[in-house]
Design a protein around this ligand. Structure first.
Ligand code: SF4
Ligand code: SF4
Length: 442
């Protein structure tokens, strides 16, 4: 479309009148005008938004991004509270043909809304702060995992969570592992393989550390199988739940730690690898969009998804030829998380698993799972979250497989909740095929 044909917005002042708005005073470089001006109102983002599809009251990504930005510039409008209904799935980002930085606009708008319009004494703020800072609370649960799991599993705990905080009582809280990944790593004595040429720094994230250390152990064993030295640097939460809840200062603190530690690992010759699609998304896209610490770009450029890295740097499929995983673990219903799609990784798992003898992996379609991190944990979003997930649940049931498969921890919660399937991570399938069970690792 030529400039002459492109619809104009009479309300947007010309260049001579332009004054950038600093949503974050610290971020001198943040200027979203070029992105807003690129929007030619095609509404493709709106038709790809899973929340707008089922919730008639949600105005959609075009409003949350370019339109809200324009309104804000014209007459100092308050940010509309509907921005808190965006689940941060980021599907609109990849759908936009004009590269409008929609999620960057949503993240900045959400932060401004929380800073300026949300009471810090409200139940919503307290609940969102708790959900966004799982990394701060999880160590308490991990200290007494059996007691924590018992208490969190009681109906009265769930009832109180909903009544007092607005956390839905419909879902089961994820269980804490009896030994965290980092405890296991220390007990094991760290890396079993040393190599200056092949070295990765593992960003395990919160969930693999506190809840599913079997996924993190699988990554270590698979990478060591390929001769990599695995480093496990100090790390904070990736920030994903903080972005989604407008807690930008919390995210900034976490990102500063992560960038410092991961940049140091890169200096030591490592590439950064993450097993959770939302963590890799955050390091690769959200950090450089929102922060400018020394090393932010370097970390983004050197971060990889764990499966993607092996496909690019090793002959992963060739290595899997002729392997098998046993009859009980060879039939999967696979859901590609939205944050994998956003990184262009949605097809890779099925291609990789196809190389393993006897494995049958069914793609359950391209819909969003609906939970989107903390979004589906909020009582007011539960019904919408389940409506969004319906298409995936139906496809999973039609697949009639033995096990659900995905690379996102909260998608796995939704898959299990909506269908009763047991869910596993692709790294665990690779571990079973390449390395086999290791009783000492469990
Ligand atoms: S898809 Fe992009 S260009 Fe189209 S309306 Fe949305 S933001 Fe604007
Ligand atoms: S991030 Fe997801 S929920 Fe939010 S506006 Fe974009 S598509 Fe909709």
């Amino acid at each position: 479309m030529s400039d002459a044909e492109r619809p104009t917005d009479d309300h947007v002042p010309g260049d001579e009148e332009f004054e950038p708005i600093q949503v974050f005073p610290e971020a001198e470089e943040m200027d979203l005008r070029p992105g807003a001006d690129n929007c030619y109102k095609c509404s493709t983002c709106d038709t790809n938004c899973p929340v707008a599809e089922v919730d008639d009251e949600f105005p959609g990504p075009k409003f949350q991004g370019p339109e809200q930005w324009r309104l804000k510039r014209q007459d100092d409008h308050d940010i509309d509270d509907s921005v808190m209904k965006c689940s941060n799935c980021m599907r609109c980002d990849s759908a936009c043909p004009s590269e409008v930085p929609l999620s960057q606009m949503h993240n900045t708008a959400r932060a401004e809304y929380v800073d300026e319009n949300m009471s810090k004494l409200s139940r919503e703020y307290l609940r969102n702060r708790i959900l966004a800072n799982y990394r701060r609370l999880a160590p308490l649960g991990a200290m007494f995992p059996r007691t924590a799991n018992f208490v969190m599993g009681l109906s009265v705990t769930k009832w109180m969570g909903e009544k007092l905080l607005g956390i839905t009582s419909e879902r089961d809280f994820p269980e804490f592992a009896t030994e965290t990944f980092r405890e296991w790593w220390t007990k094991r004595g760290g890396a079993k393989v040393q190599s200056e040429e092949k070295r990765i720094a593992y960003f395990h994230g919160c969930y693999s550390n506190y809840n599913t250390p079997e996924v993190a152990k699988a990554l270590v064993r698979v990478y060591e199988y390929f001769g990599y030295e695995v480093m496990v640097p100090e790390q904070a939460c990736s920030g994903t739940p903080m972005f989604a809840n407008g807690m930008l200062e919390d995210a900034r603190r976490a990102a500063e730690t992560n960038v410092r530690e991961l940049a140091a690992a890169i200096e030591d010759g490592a590439d950064i690898v993450a097993g959770c699609s939302s963590c890799s998304m955050s390091l690769r896209q959200e950090y450089p969009e929102l922060f400018d610490f020394d090393g932010t770009e370097t970390v983004a450029e050197n971060t990889w998804d764990a499966i993607e890295y092996l496909r690019v740097h090793e002959d992963l499929e060739g290595e899997l030829e002729g392997t098998s995983v046993g009859d009980e673990f060879d039939d999967f219903a696979y859901h590609a998380p939205c944050h994998s799609r956003n990184q262009g990784l949605d097809g890779q798992t099925l291609e990789v698993l196809d190389a393993i003898d006897g494995v049958d992996a069914h793609d359950v379609g391209d819909s969003c799972s609906g939970i989107s991190g903390t979004y589906g944990w909020k009582a007011e979003n539960y019904e919408t979250s389940m409506k969004i997930g319906e298409e995936m649940f139906d496809h999973m049931e039609d697949a009639d497989a033995r096990t659900g498969l995905t690379e996102c921890p909260t998608c796995s919660m939704q898959m299990e909740h909506g269908t009763g399937y047991e869910i596993t991570h692709t790294l665990e399938v690779l571990e079973a095929a390449l390395v086999g069970p290791d009783p000492s690792a469990k």
